[in-house]
Design a protein. Structure first.
Length: 202
């Protein structure tokens, strides 16, 4: 998993509440178990018409937002089913951070496990960032995970993140990475267990 330390990037405003996981990645694209290739179908029904052409009024089809790495969204983002394909699609599109007043719990947890930083901020601060992204579309925002701070123009907002999740993101550790950190202890146990119960390994 790619570490997340400091991100300076274009932020796209998506002022829709209750964006569920089927809106993020519709069910017909869940046939794959690969984490790549889903970005082209992110927000598929909002991005494309029935002929597959881009809808020009959707934010991620507009310049410079189509290059955004930060998404500013409405409350209860990621509600609905627990599909892990939702953060996979966001990440494959290039989004590393989602800022919203609130998130669905399972989606929120899945983000951390896939290298995306979900940030909860008060509605007033989210609205300020949303307005800033609209008014100055080419201006890049900075998300500093170590300092737990977002800066956009002359605005600076602090955010909370649980220390263990922060450690994992900053060091690029998913569940497999966390296990591999203890590989020496695992090997030591296996060696001792082999000596104690050799009959198990015959």
């Amino acid at each position: 998993m790619k570490p997340f330390t400091t991100l300076t990037a274009i932020a796209a405003p998506l002022s829709i509440i209750n964006v569920d996981t089927d809106m993020i990645i519709p069910k017909q694209f869940l046939k794959t178990i690969l984490r790549t290739g889903l970005g082209k179908n992110l927000f598929d029904e909002m991005r494309y018409d029935d002929n597959g052409a881009e809808k020009p009024d959707f934010v991620l089809n507009q310049e410079p937002y189509r290059h955004a790495e930060i998404l500013i969204a409405g409350e209860n983002f990621g509600c609905g089913s627990s599909r892990e394909h939702a953060p996979w699609a966001l990440l494959d599109f290039g989004l590393r951070c989602v800022i919203a007043p609130s998130f669905a719990d399972i989606f929120y947890n899945n983000c951390f496990k896939n290298g995306i930083l979900p940030i909860k901020l008060p509605q007033e601060q989210v609205s300020t960032l949303m307005d800033r992204a609209r008014e100055f579309p080419d201006e890049k925002m900075t998300v500093d995970l170590e300092k737990q701070q977002i800066t956009a123009g002359n605005h600076a907002f602090e955010f909370e993140v649980e220390s263990f999740r922060k450690h994992c993101l900053m060091n690029g550790l998913d569940d497999i990475g966390l296990t591999l950190e203890k590989s020496a202890a695992i090997q030591q146990f296996e060696q001792k267990d082999h000596e104690k119960r050799a009959w198990l390994y015959n």
